[in-house]
Ligand binder design. Structure first.
Ligand SMILES: Nc1ncnc2c1ncn2[C@@H]1O[C@H](COP(=O)(O)OP(=O)(O)OP(=O)(O)O)[C@@H](O)[C@H]1O
Ligand SMILES: [Mg+2]
Length: 281
């Protein structure tokens, strides 16, 4: 039988998940969003980029093997670095030392891209779970990602800190588009209230920014209960309200056209990884 050539694969969508204030649910939402996207037949790689307190591996009950710089330096292959979680989601564990990496040369980039081919090929999504705050690392990982999800709760500190992050990324680093994702709210009405608070201020002071309500996740006992069992809530409690809503977020994300048509993918990501460290200050 002649083999038909496979359809060319679309470049990965690289999306950062950040928050300003800590403890608002970034890691849990990133993980369950990945499972929801996997359920929609998408291949997802999570970069756990919380260099201080990386915990995606703890949320999954798996252990990191080698640090990412070992891969970037060519000492380990991607398959040796990546953790394969039950359910088909893959995790790149936190990468301390990444800011110290100098420019990635064209040759190194080609090697890293080939390494992705040797692994499972380019994923559909690379989700970057960052630390809280607006420190150098958070900014860096936001600059390597062309798309940004900002998670926040309905608390003045959480909203103010989310705005401070967006403001820094817009005014100092010329980022434009943000998906706002209220978590631990009661219902859609409350999510819209939170969104209005932040988008009104952004509309007034950051007219070049565009904010979009991505969906919301309600406060749900299923989330801490799943954390205790070291399993993503979407996987453990698919019928829970939080799971249904993160499923809606996944579908919404698929329906959104990434900026610039989504071109670039991992190749652009690797370029930015090399150059990004130089532009953060
Ligand atoms: N929708 C929710 N309903 C109830 N509890 C939640 C929900 N989302 C998150 N939580 C709880 O909030 C806590 C913080 O969640 P998580 O670790 O995901 O936040 P984070 O933003 O990644 O924190 P950090 O800034 O420390 O990285 C966890 O104990 C989790 O169980
Ligand atoms: Mg976290």
């Amino acid at each position: 039988m002649p083999k038909f050539p496979e359809k060319p694969k679309k470049p990965a969508r690289v999306i950062s998940v950040s928050s300003g204030k800590g403890g608002v649910g970034k890691s849990n939402l990133t993980l369950s969003l990945s499972y929801a996207l996997t359920a929609l037949k998408k291949k997802v790689l999570i970069w756990d980029a919380d260099l201080g307190l990386a915990n995606t591996d703890v949320l999954l009950g798996i252990r990191a093997k080698h640090p990412i710089p070992d891969w970037l330096k060519g000492e380990k292959t991607l398959s040796e670095i990546i953790l394969e979680a039950p359910g088909g989601v893959s995790i790149l564990p936190a990468a301390s030392g990444i800011l110290e990496l100098s420019d990635i040369t064209g040759e190194e980039k080609a090697r890293l891209m080939a390494d992705f081919d040797d692994w499972k090929g380019e994923p559909d999504f690379l989700l970057i779970d960052t630390a809280a705050g607006i420190g150098q690392n958070v900014i860096f990982f936001n600059l390597v990602a062309p798309e940004h999800i900002v998670v926040l709760n309905n608390e003045p500190t959480s909203i103010t800190d989310a705005y401070a992050l967006i403001k820094a990324l817009v005014t100092k680093y010329r980022q434009k588009g943000f998906y706002v994702l209220p978590n631990m709210v009661g219902d859609l009405r409350e999510a819209k209230e939170v969104f209005k608070l932040i988008s009104d201020v952004a509309g007034q002071y950051l007219p070049q920014a565009s904010l979009d309500l991505l969906g919301f996740v309600p406060r749900d006992e299923a989330v801490p209960s799943a954390v205790k069992r070291q399993t993503p809530f979407f996987h453990l409690y698919p019928q829970a309200e939080a799971s249904r809503k993160i499923g809606e977020v996944a579908r919404r994300l698929l329906s959104l056209e990434p900026p610039g048509g989504g071109g670039g993918g991992l190749a652009l990501f690797l370029d930015r990884l090399g150059a990004g460290s130089l532009s953060v200050n």
